[in-house]
Design a binder for this molecule. Sequence first.
Ligand SMILES: *Cc1c(COP(=O)(O)O)cnc(C)c1O
Length: 469
Amino acid sequence: MRYISTRGQAPALNFEDVLLAGLATDGGLYVPENLPRFTQEEIASWAGLPYHELAFRVMRPFVTGSIPDADFKKILEETYGVFSHSAVAPLRQLNGNEWVLELFHGPTLAFKDFALQLLGRLLDYVLEKRGERVVIVGATSGDTGSAAIEGCKHCENVDIFILHPHNRVSEVQRRQMTTIFGENIHNIAIEGNFDDCQEMVKASFADQSFLKGTRLVAVNSINWARIMAQIVYYFYASLQLGGPARSVSFSVPTGNFGDIFAGYLARNMGLPINQLIVATNRNDILHRFMSGNQYVKETLHATLSPSMDIMVSSNFERLLFDLHGRNGAAIAGLMDSFKQGGGFSVEQERWTEARKLFDSLAVDDAQTCETIAEVYEQTGELLDPHTAIGVKAARECRRSLDIPMVILGTAHPVKFPDAVQKAGVGKALELPTHLSDLFERDERCTVLPNDLKAVQAFVSQHGNRGKPL
Ligand SMILES: *Cc1c(COP(=O)(O)O)cnc(C)c1O
C-alpha cells in the first residue's frame, strides 16, 4: 500500500515510512493512495470474530508489503490482549436502538489506547528490523500523553518525551503519565499552556538539528497508523448490530476529526453507515462547517470536555482532500488561505456532498452536565463528559429511529470527576483495579520553563535511554 500527501507535492511513501513520518514535506497529511474495499459477503463472514482477528482483516491491506501476516497477527493479539474487558470494545444499550460503544477498557481508560497500544508495538517492530532508534516528542492536554507513554513504555527503540502544561491537567491525567517509570520515558511539565507545548513540538519537527540525526516521530492523530487502528471498531460495532445487512449510524465526540474520520473511511471501505454525527463542545469549528459551510478559527474556550478543546481540527484536511476530488493543489490553496486570513467555505455542491453523510451539534457545558444526569437517572450508566456530548448530539441529530445509533464512548468517567460532580451525580467514582493505587504511587516529572531551547537541550541530553544523543 502506498500513501500520498493531501497537498500533492510530497513523495508517496510505503506503510513503514508513513508510520515514521510526521507531516508530509509539503505540509500535508498522508492518506492511502487507494482505499481497500470489502464486499458485503466478506464483511458478513467476519461476524463473531474476536476483536484482534477482525482487526487483522480490516487493517491487513494497509500494511501489506511492510509487515508479514504472521507478525501482524501476533502484534494485534498482544495489543488487544492488554484490554481489561474480554470483548475489548463492548456495546452497552442505553435506550431503544441506542448504544454506547465502550472504548475505555484499555490501560489509560480512553479510546486513544486502541491506536497508541498498536503504534508503540508497530514502531518497535519496524525499528528493530531497520536497526534504528527514534525519539517521540509529543504535547498533551491530557489523554494522548498517558496513552502514548503506556503504548511505548516497553519499546526498546523509542525514547518518549511528553510535554504537558504545568498544573493544567487533571490529577488523574497527570498521575497516569508521571507514575510510569522507565529510562526511555520522560514527562516534562512546561510552565505555559497547551498551545505553548504544541508550538514547541511543531518547532521541533520543523528543525530537528537538536536530535543529531535521530528521527522524530509523531504520536498525535496526524500519524496515519492512529487513524487506521480506529477504523476497526466501526466494523466491530456494526457486526454486532446486524451489519452489514443492516445499516448503522454513529455519533462521535470529536476535536481533531481523527476518530470520526476513521468512521468515514470504514464507510468508504464498504461498511453500510447511514449517518455520522460530529459532536463537539463549545469549540465548534467542525459544527460551524457542517451546519453553515464556514471553516473559521475562533478563540479557544476551556470546557468540561478538555480532550476536545481545539481551535483547528488537523484531520479535517483529510476529508477536504476527498471532497475536492483528491486535488492536492486545491487543498494547499485552501490551507494557505486559512493560514493567511483565518477561514474558508467550500463550493456548495462539495458541502452538500459532505452533508449527505455528516450531521453535527455543538454541546455546551450545561447541556453536557444535563445529559450526564439524565442518562444516569434513566439507566444508572455514568457517562464521561465527552461521551455525554456524543449522546446529546445523537438524540438531537438522529435521522431514523429504525437504524441503530452507536455513540462512541471515548473515556471512562473516573478521568473527569469535575464534570460528574457538576452534573450532580452522587455516585462515588472508583478507579479500576489496575489503577486503584494511582494516588499513592511515586511521580517522576521535570518542570521546564516555556523555552524551546531548554526543552530541546533536555531531549538531546536524555534521548538515548536517559543518556545524551
Ligand atoms: C482525544 C479525545 C477525543 C477527540 O478525539 P479526536 O480524534 O480528536 O476527534 C474525544 N474524547 C476523548 C476522551 C479523547 O481523549
